[in-house]
Design a binder for this molecule. Sequence first.
Ligand code: A3D
Length: 299
Amino acid sequence: IGAGHVGATAALAAAQAGVDEIVLLDVVEGVPQGKALDMMQSGAVHGFSGRIVGTNDYAEVCGAEVAIVTAGLPRKPGMSRDDLVTANANIIRTVSAKLAEHAPDCVIIMVTNPLDVMAYVAMKETGFPRQRVLGMAGVLDSARFRTFVALELDTDVRQVSAMVLGGHGDSMVPLVRLATVGGVPLTELVAQDRLERIVQRTRTGGGEIVKLLGTGSAYYAPGAAAFRMAEFLLFGRRTVLPASVWTEGEYGIRDTFVGLPVELGPGGLERIIEIELTDDELAALKKSADAVRSVIDRL
Ligand code: A3D
């Protein structure tokens, strides 16, 4: 839902991975239809054969299993994600009501910013259980962190394993202590001052791209990350990854969405995994959760 930069990138990733029914829905007439046609034609070259429909009509999403929601405004240079809250909350309320009506069994993967707050709006408006409303941020923030580590070490990014928890904002919590490269602790490979620089660049990684682009925000990695979450749900595979979920006391946090390690299965959230954190990590996670909760409260 939302056939802009992130939505279309996620749809293309889905098509390339072999998802055979994809709908691109947007309020702008012609754009989702045009992108869907173009994308389907790329299948003749790429070698995929899924059916991709572009539409302005929710009748087309009837019975959808997964809805990746990217409808809304992206940031402009100098804006924080929270500056988008009022405008995007109105859009997400409309989208959520339509999804609840036409795809009442779907799992929502929220991407619209401010991500954690919009996931809350979707859960409230649809009445879906927390198992079926997930926010995508941890996969992207972890990908950014892993990329900066790979650049620092001039190594293959696929060998870098790392997790970023917390809200999708400058207070996010990259877990440096648990990051590894080919199984070797990252802290053994990179000096402390360089690590701090990588952590800081990860925290402001979205803003770095917003500034470079001048208009709009990142979409290749966000689109790929949103589909990565959907992929496990659609193909019935189980996995562990960081996702924004509604908390009910886990890590001593409640009544907010925040990024935590979770087990995903075909029906969505199966379990929040409570790993042992150091006092500093836990304090940073709680601070990040408080930052999200204060925006939810204001809303
Ligand atoms: P953009 O390319 O502008 O696409 C947004 C699309 O939403 C446009 O095509 C709009 O026409 C459409 N839209 C607006 N209102 C509605 C509506 N009511 N129903 C359906 N479609 C609608 O933006 P984008 O794709 O670059 O970004 C989309 C959102 O994702 C923004 O809020 C970004 O801030 C957010 N985003 C989040 C991340 C995360 O990691 C969480 C990363 C990148 C972007």
